[in-house]
Write a new protein. Structure first.
Ligand SMILES: [Zn+2]
Ligand SMILES: [Zn+2]
Length: 299
């Protein structure tokens, strides 16, 4: 008899055995069944089109927002202290936005969701082999984040500059924040790389010392333990707030209560499969032995 997992868990069974593409599951204790290879699918032609379209759309709206700002700045003339406040808000929101995306992919998604399969696999790979991110180039990462950025650039920049007659200070600062968040989000995965390898650039080092960019030391804390803190990837400002008030755990409890989904269940499966995490120590050895046997005979 093998132990049946609770229904709501995205089981390793489902992930690994649906069509066998991801290899033999590795739930066992010791080294039996542990995977080493990381079969990330290459970007398809459709994937390239999706990336290019996302970047083109969001970049066009962001550039339009910047042009609109330049054309209207003199006439509106916002007070300097509100401009500084808006820039600080933009830096914080961009960091929070990067953390929200990272937390979402780490915590809830699965490679079984076909339309985001490759992105999820790259995210899972990162916890197993952190340095593999340097294999992915900017042009293959920018599309996914650009599509997400459209969620704020389209309503904020689009409505303020085209639809509404909101040429006041508030509209101008809203466009400024949206442009900042869009540009920083476009480069967030490059900033993430700076959190994994010390840069030789004096400018980058100075920005990291000034806490305007995330440092290697800051981001290394995400890669300790359960990968459940320090999600933000730009400057880490939002980490200090979200981690200290328990924001991510509160959001997880709320979502778990509403949907029944278990936080990090898919990430846990990958970590166990690649030998980075032991199966639940409370599971009796007899259950693990039976799991091992059923795996060996292909059940
Ligand atoms: Zn992570
Ligand atoms: Zn990382």
């Amino acid at each position: 008899m093998t132990a049946s997992p609770p229904e709501r868990v995205h089981g390793l069974r489902a992930a690994a055995s649906a069509d066998g593409r991801y290899g033999k599951r590795g739930v066992m204790s010791g080294t039996v069944g542990i995977q080493r290879e990381m079969p990330i699918p290459s970007l398809t032609r459709t994937g390239v089109v999706v990336h290019v379209t996302g970047v083109a759309l969001n970049t066009a709206i962001t550039i339009w927002g910047a042009i609109w700002l330049a054309a209207n700045w003199g006439a509106i003339a916002p007070p300097w202290y509100l401009v500084i406040a808006a820039v600080l808000v933009g830096l914080f929101l961009a960091d929070f936005f990067s953390g929200l995306l990272h937390w979402g992919f780490d915590t809830w998604f699965s490679e079984e969701m076909r339309w985001m399969e490759r992105v999820v696999m790259v995210v899972r790979e990162h916890h197993v082999y952190p340095q593999n991110i340097f294999r992915y180039k900017f042009q293959y990462e920018a599309g996914a984040v650009s599509w997400v950025s459209l969620g704020h650039t389209l309503p904020v920049i689009g409505s303020t500059t085209l639809l509404l007659d909101s040429k006041g200070t508030f509209g101008l600062l809203a466009v400024l924040v949206s442009v900042m968040v869009s540009v920083l989000t476009l480069f967030m995965l490059q900033f993430h790389k700076l959190g994994h390898r010390r840069s030789d650039s004096r400018t980058v080092q100075a920005l990291q010392r000034a806490k305007l960019l995330m440092s290697v030391r800051h981001h290394s804390q995400h890669h300790r333990g359960a990968h459940d803190t320090r999600y933000c990837l730009i400057n880490g400002w939002a980490d200090f707030v979200c981690d200290s008030i328990g924001f991510w755990r509160a959001a997880e409890r709320a979502i778990e209560r509403l949907t029944g989904a278990v936080p990090r269940s898919n990430d846990d499966e990958w970590m166990i499969r690649y030998g980075r995490k032991r199966p639940d120590p409370k599971v009796p050895d007899s259950v693990l032995e039976n799991e091992k046997k059923s795996c060996e005979v292909g059940l």
